[in-house]
Design a protein around this ligand. Structure first.
Ligand SMILES: *Cc1c(COP(=O)(O)O)cnc(C)c1O
Length: 453
């Protein structure tokens, strides 16, 4: 068969990509298009006849453009969304090009080894125990599913129950204790795992959303049977970190497993200036974090760490007669994550870490936190939280949600909203590697101007 034309569509993609990326500073950050406009541009019946690949790529880029949110821009401050560093993006292109099935070592030896290496670097960066096992998943959501499956295995094993064989029918009832202001992905993971949200016991939090250790102790005193405690580093609204050392002490004294949701907050461990927020984190049993947020790796990229490699493998491991399993010292990724066939997620994480180095990661964390503080200084009395990391929470009274809409329409920057302690609030997250002082100052100027007009 004649070789396909790789050059045409890939050249088009390269040109479209560099045009988009270099245009980010001058592009309105929000999407201007509505769903009907996008359906008209992209829709219609599937044509009978095919189209030249390069032309398809060019037309796709032109038609999608109006509905692309410039979330990789330095003035996108919504949710907690990082951009992509050049090295991570380039490695992601190669990941797609090599198209490895990174489930098995045999189908992608370099993909497997790169996950091992990058996983080890991250373990060091976060100060986690050397024996900690690592899995590369799609995001914090599936990291929770993986870690809580390992936790479910271990707390039930200690209670004499084999959950992999017996499921949860007739099993001792697991209780999950978590801060009242936990992220919704914890609840969702419990639904997926058959533990259920009714198994949740919420613990009181302080005015920043931090779990109160005394309330945790009281809650645990009232519980019999297997317990998992979910702590949080980096409250999605305030950035606040639970007092993790105290939580580990209290939870371990009653035999509970401690899982940490550190989707972005775990990165504080990589900075000497911010590490004090996560002191004691190495004593937990499992950890969740994202690479697609603060490390600025393209979507999707999350990580799971487990201090009990056997529980991790018992929960995730799989064997089938037709698969070629790693024998000696090779590592099969499918024993560490819920996917079977999967993308080689390690390559972009590896490239991001190798390009930044330990100092570069620390500088990225410190710089974005400093910029958040700079923004908070501009905003004065509107700030609702203690700015400890990269999150700023703001109120503009009853007009807050309306202001968020107007800020997005103006186009200089993009912010998102939330309800904080019963009132509407604006969220401002500095997570992008390109954000600088002028981005912050311009965003502050626009928000303050619109708030008073
Ligand atoms: C973003 C976030 C999540 C969910 O992460 P995904 O990568 O989107 O699955 C969970 N917990 C916290 C604290 C977060 O900030």
């Amino acid at each position: 068969m004649e070789q396909p034309d790789w050059h045409g569509p890939l050249t088009e993609a390269y040109e479209q990509a560099t045009r988009f990326l270099t245009g980010l500073p001058s592009r309105p950050v929000g999407s201007g298009a509505g769903p009907d406009e996008l359906r008209a541009a992209l829709g219609g019946p599937l044509p009978d006849k095919g189209t030249d690949a390069r032309e398809v790529i060019a037309r796709l880029a032109a038609a999608a453009d109006a509905g692309i949110v410039a979330s990789p821009s330095g003035r996108f401050f919504g949710f907690v969304i990082g951009g992509a560093t050049p090295a991570a993006l380039a490695a992601d292109w190669l990941t797609a090009t090599w198209d490895q099935n990174a489930g098995l070592y045999a189908a992608g030896p370099s993909a497997a080894v790169v996950e091992e290496v990058a996983g080890g670097w991250l373990r060091d960066l976060f100060g986690l125990p050397a024996h900690t096992s690592v899995g590369f998943v799609t995001g914090a959501q599936m990291s929770h599913v993986t870690a809580l499956a390992a936790a479910r295995h271990e707390v039930l094993r200690r209670a004499g129950w084999d959950v992999e064989a017996g499921g949860l029918h007739g099993a001792p009832r697991i209780t999950v204790v978590a801060g009242a202001d936990r992220h919704s992905t914890i609840d969702r993971a419990l639904r997926f795992l058959g533990i259920g949200t009714a198994a949740l016991v919420p613990v009181d939090v302080d005015d920043q959303g931090r779990m109160q250790p005394d309330a945790l102790r009281t809650a645990l005193d009232d519980i019999d049977g297997p317990v998992i405690v979910c702590a949080q580093l980096g409250n999605v609204n305030t950035g606040a970190c639970d007092p993790i050392a105290a939580i580990c002490d209290i939870a371990h004294a009653s035999g509970a497993w401690v899982h940490v949701d550190g989707a972005f907050g775990l990165w504080a461990a990589a900075s000497s200036r911010h590490r004090h927020l996560v002191t004691g984190v190495d004593r937990a049993d499992s950890w969740t974090t994202d690479a697609h947020k603060w490390l600025n790796v393209p979507y999707d990229s999350g990580l799971v760490f487990c201090a009990h490699p056997q529980a991790h493998r018992a929960a995730m491991g799989v064997r089938a007669a037709y698969l070629v399993h790693a024998g000696g010292n090779e590592r099969d990724a499918l024993d560490h994550n819920p996917e079977f066939s999967r993308r080689a997620r390690g390559f972009p994480v590896y490239a991001a870490l190798r390009t930044l180095g330990r100092n570069g990661v620390e500088a990225l964390i410190d710089r974005t936190c400093e910029l958040a503080t700079r923004f908070a200084t501009h905003m004065g009395d509107a700030v609702l939280n203690e700015v400890v990391l990269n999150q700023v929470l703001l109120t503009f009274g009853p007009q807050t949600f309306d202001l968020i809409t107007r800020v997005r329409e103006e186009g200089t920057c993009w912010v998102s909203g939330t309800t904080w302690q019963g009132s509407p609030a604006m969220r401002f997250s500095v997570s992008n590697h390109t954000t600088d002082e002028s981005d912050i100052d311009r965003a502050a100027e626009v928000i303050l101007r619109l708030a008073t007009s």
